[in-house]
Every structure is written in C-alpha cells, then in structure tokens.
Design a protein around this ligand. Sequence first.
Ligand code: SF4
Ligand code: SF4
Length: 235
Amino acid sequence: METITKRYPSVIKEQAPLRPINSPVDLCMACGTCAAGCPLTGTKGFDPRKIVRLVLMGRDSELIDSKLPWLCTMCGKCEHACPMGINIANLIRAARGMVEREKVPGMIHKGVELGLKTGNNLGLPAEDFVFIIEDVGAELAETPGFSDFKIPVDKKGANLLHTLHNKLVNTQNEDLVHWWKIFHLAQEDWTIPSQNWEGVNWGLFSGDDDAMKTFIGRIVEHMEQLNISSLMYPE
Ligand code: SF4
Ligand code: SF4
C-alpha cells in the first residue's frame, strides 16, 4: 500500500483564513437563506438580505433612517442560517446604535430610560416588586406539596441568581410559578435580587453600549455582593 508522506505541516488554514473576518458583509452572495429563516421577512418590506445589501453598498444612512433595524427581533436565526457566517444581527444592532436616541422607538427608549433610573423596565419601586413576588409565592405555598415554599430575596451565598423578564412581574405571574416549582422540587438554592432585578437588557436592543454595560454591571455586582456563581437570564 502506498504511504503518503507528510512533507509539510498543516498550517495553510491558519495562515490564509478562508474568510476576511474584518469585512464579512462583502461575502454576501445574496442567496436569501437568511431571508428564508427570518420570521419577519415580508413584514413591512423587511428582509435581512436587503439590510446586508444596503450596508454592502454603503447606503448606511438609508438604513439608519428607515424602520428596518427596529423591525428585527434580534433572534439571530438569519445568521444561524447564513452559509457565509455573516453576523447579521450585529449589523442591525450597529445600525440601531447610530440612530439619534430621541428617534429610538418609544417602548425601547422608555425601557432604557426607566431601567437606568429605577433598575427595571416597569419603573417599580423595590417594595412594590417584593410585595408582588411574595404575593405570588404565597399563592404557590397554598398548592399541595409546596406549603414550605418561600421567596428567597437577596440571599447571600445562594447557588443561582434569578433575574426576571418584566412581563413575568407585570402580566404573566403564572410563568414565575413554573420556574419556582422547578426550583423547589429540584431543591435549588436560588435567590432574586430586590433591586435591579430586570433581566431584559434594553441597552442591547437599542444599540446603546453604555446602557447595556450598566445593566450587565448591575447583575455582576449582585453576583459579587451575594457571592453567587450561577445566573439565570430570561432573555
Ligand atoms: S444568507 Fe448570508 S450570504 Fe445569503 S443572502 Fe443572507 S447574508 Fe447573504
Ligand atoms: S435577527 Fe432579525 S433579521 Fe435575523 S432572523 Fe431574527 S428577526 Fe430576522
């Protein structure tokens, strides 16, 4: 049998990357796979391929001034599907970040402002928040098998920090109970912070890097102060 002699080390892949990672958008071949995977394609003229094309053609202003960046949910399906590995959601987020803040759509803009000011996107004071979750917890304690259930608020040394999506506090309390039942039955050692409990980072969605860092920093601070190593993030 013929033996193949390895005369050269396998280094070409490292020395000549197949993709120029600094200009990934140039590699779009307009195949439309992203559009096929995007849940919003066709809604109000939205198409991720169109966004990539606008950027590729240097028509940034057109994109930034349009509603297109704000229709995206940032779900990432497009880039998961893209055969060229183009980071489309990041592209869209960059466009959002270039929009003047007062032109950011109302709900997102308000979410950032309230979140920065109050620690949650609902603007709930800590005592109201604790009242709501304790009330939901008390209801759960009336369920057979959960009579000893209590909400561990600001518990030092817990294993898991549980941050919340604001809608669970506002309108969908029953979804909180699902999590808490699992924690209880699994005997998880968890806790909820009484302040800055919001897990939705509107800074991420609005393209505001400073706000995003502030929101993340608060969670890191909780984990350090309460000495917690694991995080449950709802988004
Ligand atoms: S899937 Fe990727 S390569 Fe294809 S059109 Fe979309 S961005 Fe371009
Ligand atoms: S991240 Fe935006 S563009 Fe991509 S699939 Fe999701 S909604 Fe569509």
